[in-house]
Design a protein around this ligand. Structure first.
Ligand code: TYM
Length: 330
């Protein structure tokens, strides 16, 4: 039996990128022997300014979409990071084993801090990967299914585990590994297919809450490339390649199979087919999302999840405290 863990930061509305790169993979782990922990990284959302109401609403939306995507709260533990204090406590401890140099090399920190006034870069933004390592380590998680952009953070968690275990000469922590799909791990913006689709890009994004008619328009207007052949070629045809990845991921077929379907067809026909599958998926998810919201189940799910998560998280914390000699943990 293995523990699987992943999370999403409630900084904005969920995108099709979040769905394809992460959310759709979570339920795959819940039916076997393994135990799935899926959480909402609400403390992480504070690393950049956010309105309290936006944070609250985004958080509830993510829980609803977790369930809409097929996560079953009787099988998986779904919880809020802020409701399990062990995350903050382990992050405080782990911060002493992480180096300033490695933190400043984190791609996401460099990207995000470069857009801020140098005097106003928050400490939380800098130490974010340590909190993320704590998120993973607390649950003895072996597998961490994420999109490509989180690979570096999971690798840092691995480095910290190795460093810590080595220092105390015992396997205190389980070594996690990122699980990244071979296709769909980096969905690109529809308005600029050389950039990642992200929660903060209104034009190039498809949001899971988008009205399907709006999503259709975004796809029909998506930037495409020179030529007329529907062929996967990331270098020379980034726009078409991105649409092929979206299409094949949602239809659960290979890129080659998708290419064959569109042999001899024009970009316009291809885009229409992509819009059809995307809209069908949005409709399916939104119907389930609405059912979840109307059922009023969210608080109960979170309460149950936090209890289950706290059990294992507190055990790990106790183990760590004992190993490092913190008084009272014997
Ligand atoms: P976040 O909220 O940015 O993204 C949530 C998940 O969606 C994936 N993703 C994408 N996948 C494919 N294409 C895209 N365009 C795309 N955009 C986002 C992300 O890779 C991620 O898997 N730091 C994390 C949250 C987190 C976490 C954790 C994850 C906090 N602690 C512990 C795993 C384990 C984040 O900001 O994800």
């Amino acid at each position: 039996m293995e523990n699987i863990l992943s999370g999403v930061k409630p900084t904005g509305q969920l995108t099709l990128g979040n769905y394809i790169g992460a959310l759709r993979n979570f339920p795959k782990y819940q039916n076997g022997e393994d135990h799935v922990f899926v959480f909402i990284a609400d403390l992480h959302a504070l690393t950049l300014p956010i309105e309290p109401e936006t944070l609250y609403n985004n958080t509830r939306d993510i829980v609803a979409f977790y369930l809409a995507c097929g996560l079953d709260p009787t099988k998986a533990s779904i919880f809020l990071q802020s409701q399990v204090p062990a995350h903050s406590e382990l992050a405080t401890i782990l911060g002493n084993y992480a180096y300033m140099g490695e933190m400043s090399r984190m791609t996401q920190f460099k990207e995000k801090s470069s857009k801020l006034n140098e005097k106003k870069i928050g400490l939380g933004l800098f130490t974010y990967p340590v909190l993320m390592a704590a998120d993973i380590i607390l649950y003895d998680a072996k597998k961490v299914p994420v999109g490509e952009d989180q690979k570096q953070h999971v690798e840092l968690a691995r480095d910290l585990v190795i460093r810590f275990n080595h220092q105390y000469k015992q396997d205190v922590f389980v070594l996690p590994e990122p699980v990244i799909s071979t296709s769909g791990a980096r969905i690109m913006s529809l308005s600029d297919p050389t950039k990642k689709m992200s929660k903060s890009d209104a034009n190039g994004d498809i949001f899971l809450k988008d009205d399907p008619a709006v999503a259709r328009k975004k796809i029909m207007r998506a930037v495409t490339d020179l030529g007329s052949e529907v062929k996967y070629d990331k270098e020379n045809k980034p726009g078409i390649s991105n649409l092929l990845v979206i299409y094949s991921s949602l239809k659960e077929i290979s890129i080659e199979e998708a290419e064959k379907e569109f042999e001899g067809l024009r970009y316009g026909d291809f885009k229409k087919a992509v819009a059809d599958v995307v809209c069908a998926k949005l409709e399916e998810l939104q119907t389930k999302y609405k059912e979840v919201i109307e059922s009023g189940i969210i608080d109960k799910v979170l309460e149950k999840g936090a209890k289950e998560a706290s059990l294992i998280a507190n055990e790990t914390l106790k183990r760590v405290k004992k190993v490092i000699g913190l008084y009272g943990a014997k």
